[in-house]
Design a protein around this ligand. Structure first.
Ligand code: MG
Length: 380
């Protein structure tokens, strides 16, 4: 297999509709953009990967920057290289291209898919084998009102779709956010529970003031309550030993993981394959967490079934995934890009066992959602 080479790398921008608008701390989105990456190997096998992000506000990358970085910089570095030398190829990318983790993750995903198909094994086997066959999924409540969120959560819990939930916060003032979440938690008492994600938009004093109330309300975790750089603040909140503190935007690289451990700034790591530059780095970060006694949560960048499959392969191989996941991307999109979308059944997403990522690209959907004209400022 040492003669197996990367022959061609191509990309395409796609815009897929979502079922209902999603309110993040800074933006409301009504469709989701992806960069689809195809890597063709010298044996004729083609692997697929996808890059996507909550938005450029999240880490500075967008699907447009990913496409440019892959087309102009990553592809020329990788074409004609030996495909099976994954770690070496990632090292080469890192030497020549600083940052751009989301773009690198999309490339790594397509490479692993192609290798899995070549060797006839699912990607989780290439990552060292899996620890579980199914992963619990939390649904994100983002209806806009506490009553709407409570109703939605109770409906899902009663139907057996999802057992636990997450709320997006940070759009409102921190005080109002805190009150709203406590109201939601109280409304769900006896039925279910929530974790809160303000995307780094709260401040230390607000969280400290409300921490006892969050604890009493049975909140499962506070995800990135403070800005990404405020490790000291996160450490203070964690030392209160009330509601567990989860690091998301503060955690991308393996070095971030080590620093969070050293500074005791997180009780839970929110993993995301895109922010960390791929599945391999994600598994490495989970290893650091495991050594430090920190739990992991399988985060999402709201991928289609392609990226979600990659997340499932990586997360399924992690033993300390104690808080389950939020891999609801395929259920949140109004359509998908594969012929065999991943399904969430009774609160769980199941690990694909077909070769590669285990999903088959639907070219008709690619044609349908292919970006035909410039979006945003570029359209003017
Ligand atoms: Mg988050």
């Amino acid at each position: 297999m040492s003669t197996l080479k990367i022959k061609r790398i191509t990309t395409e921008l796609l815009d897929v509709p979502i079922k209902r608008p999603h309110q993040f701390s800074t933006v409301k989105v009504s469709d989701k953009s992806f960069v689809l990456v195809k890597i063709e190997l010298s044996n004729g096998v083609t692997g697929i990967g996808e890059g996507t992000t909550p938005g450029i506000w999240w880490n500075g990358e967008s699907v447009e920057t990913m496409k440019l970085v892959i087309d102009r910089y990553a592809a020329p570095l990788l074409v004609e290289e030996k495909a099976a030398y994954v770690e070496k190829l990632l090292q080469k990318l890192n030497r020549h291209i600083r940052g751009n983790a989301f773009a690198k993750a999309a490339v790594e995903m397509a490479l692993f898919d192609a290798l899995g198909k070549t060797y006839h094994v699912p990607v989780h086997q290439l990552l060292g084998g899996h620890h579980q066959d199914k992963i619990p999924v939390r649904w994100a409540l983002a209806s806009g009102t506490p009553e709407g969120d409570i109703d939605e959560a109770k409906r899902h819990a009663a139907a057996g779709n999802y057992a636990n939930f997450k709320t997006k916060s940070g759009h409102d003032a921190p005080e109002n956010d805190a009150r709203r979440n406590i109201r939601i938690a109280a409304g769900l008492r006896g039925h279910s529970s929530i974790g809160i994600d303000p995307n780094g938009s709260w401040d230390r004093m607000t969280v400290m003031k409300w921490m006892d109330a969050f604890f009493e309300a049975g909140i499962d975790f506070l995800e990135q309550p403070l800005p990404p750089q405020d490790f000291e603040g996160l450490a203070r909140l964690s030392s209160m030993k009330k509601v567990p503190i989860m690091a998301d935007e503060s955690l991308a690289s393996v070095q971030d993981a080590l620093r969070l451990v050293q500074e005791k700034a997180a009780d839970i790591f929110s993993l995301k394959i895109h922010k960390s530059g791929g599945m391999k780095n994600t598994v490495k970060i989970a290893g650091i967490a495991e050594a430090a006694g920190i739990s992991c949560f399988g985060g999402t960048s709201l991928e289609s079934s392609i990226g979600t499959a990659a997340c499932v392969h990586a997360y399924a191989s992690i033993p300390n995934l104690d808080y389950g996941s939020e891999l609801f991307g395929p259920a949140w999109l109004a359509d998908d890009l594969v012929k065999n979308p991943l399904v969430i059944k009774e609160g769980y997403i199941h690990v694909p066992h077909h070769p590669g990522l285990g999903v088959e690209l639907d070219e008709a959907k690619v044609e349908k959602y292919k970006r035909k004209e410039e979006k945003g400022a570029l359209a003017k």
